[in-house]
Ligand binder design. Structure first.
Ligand code: TRP
Length: 336
């Protein structure tokens, strides 16, 4: 018997992962993979809901994700990484729970609302995209996960999943679907190199795990500092200064950081000095990850095999849940 609690997390394969993902969720997954029975879904079907005209992109980014996972320290022998489309039972679970969600409820989901507005899809929302919050709940139920590590912004998604589980169980008088709990880690906010409060692929302000040392250097020297500071002798601002935000995140020597901030405020240190040191500490931090990322490039086939094995394992678990759902819904015929 496996006594460990089940955890499920995942990503859409739409792009390479960056240091925001690393600090925000990947490191958390690495920490949790020993203590929990961890599942990581590569949500390629959900990625298609708003990239359906670009299947190649989704396909290629599965491999990129696998490499990023490996680079960040996800151990494919501990965590079960799986590909959504290889677990069709998810779609079956989705169909059965969709009776317990309403169109109005999904329409009011803050995450989907924002996304529809951002993409300008108010008058032509693809149904597949619209239903993805419910499909996401099916991901959670396909392994009956107890815990879902998420950022605060995803809390409504977990709450919706809990309601769906409860409604299904109550309606059919079963104790089948677990009500998942959100597991909030320490929120780490990694701003973009341009000073935007968030790092995002579409914002073009990312430092990727796959960036070379030269790319890292280039980006570190582009990092947004204090635009009002023209000469190194001008007193500088620390607030909103990305160079110092990154120092706070990546420089383990807090004393040094405080000293630099002090000198910066007084106009006694140059931007380039702060950045040169930032490059050093970030490079030290990211170098082993970059090296593993390069190693992973040569292991793509092997990692894909692992993901297929993981998918098979999850499909078996999910089919077990489907059978119990069907039993509860009077969907068993003959002696089957
Ligand atoms: N939609 C999530 C994202 O874009 C990924 C995801 C898919 C997920 N299924 C999930 C996260 C289930 C948590 C639980 O990041």
């Amino acid at each position: 018997m496996n006594e460990k609690k089940r955890i499920l997390t995942g990503d859409r394969p739409t792009g390479k992962l960056h240091i925001g993902h690393l600090m925000g969720s990947l490191q958390n997954r690495v920490r949790l993979q020993d203590e929990y029975d961890e599942y990581v879904v590569i949500a390629n079907i959900q990625a298609l809901t708003d990239n359906f005209e670009n299947p190649k992109k989704v396909r290629e980014n599965i491999e990129e994700l696998l490499c990023d996972y490996y680079a960040a320290g996800i151990d494919f022998n501990k965590a079960t990484v799986f590909i959504q489309s290889e677990v069709p039972a998810i779609h079956e679970i989705f169909m059965y729970i969709s009776n317990f969600a309403t169109v109005q409820q999904v329409a009011h989901n803050p995450t989907i609302k924002t996304e529809i507005a951002q993409k300008g899809l108010e008058n032509s929302t693809p149904l597949g995209f619209f239903i993805y919050p419910v499909h996401q709940a099916a991901d959670i139920f396909c392994v009956n996960a107890d815990l879902v590590p998420v950022g605060k912004d995803q809390a409504p998604m977990i709450e919706d999943s809990r309601i769906l589980a409860r409604k299904f169980n109550n309606t059919y008088g079963v104790k089948l679907l677990h009500e998942p709990e959100a597991l909030f880690g320490t929120e780490v906010n990694v701003p973009g190199i341009d000073g935007n409060s968030k790092m995002g692929k579409s914002l073009n302000n990312c430092i990727f795990l796959s960036d070379s040392e030269e790319e890292l250097r280039k980006k570190v020297f582009q990092v947004y500092t204090d635009p009002a500071r023209v000469h190194a002798t001008d007193p500088g601002k620390i607030e909103g200064n990305v160079a110092f935000m990154y120092h706070d995140l990546f420089n383990g020597n807090k004393e040094e950081v405080e000293k630099m901030k002090d000198l910066y405020r007084k106009g006694e240190i140059k931007d380039v000095e702060v950045k040169e040191r930032l490059f050093e500490v970030m490079n030290e931090y990211l170098k082993p990850i970059r090296e593993r990322r390069i190693e992973a490039e040569g292991m793509k086939d092997e990692l894909m095999v692992k993901a297929f094995e993981g998918s098979k394992k999850v499909q078996v678990i999910a089919e077990g849940i489907v059978e119990q759902m069907k039993e509860a819904m009077e969907l068993r015929f003959g002696n089957r």
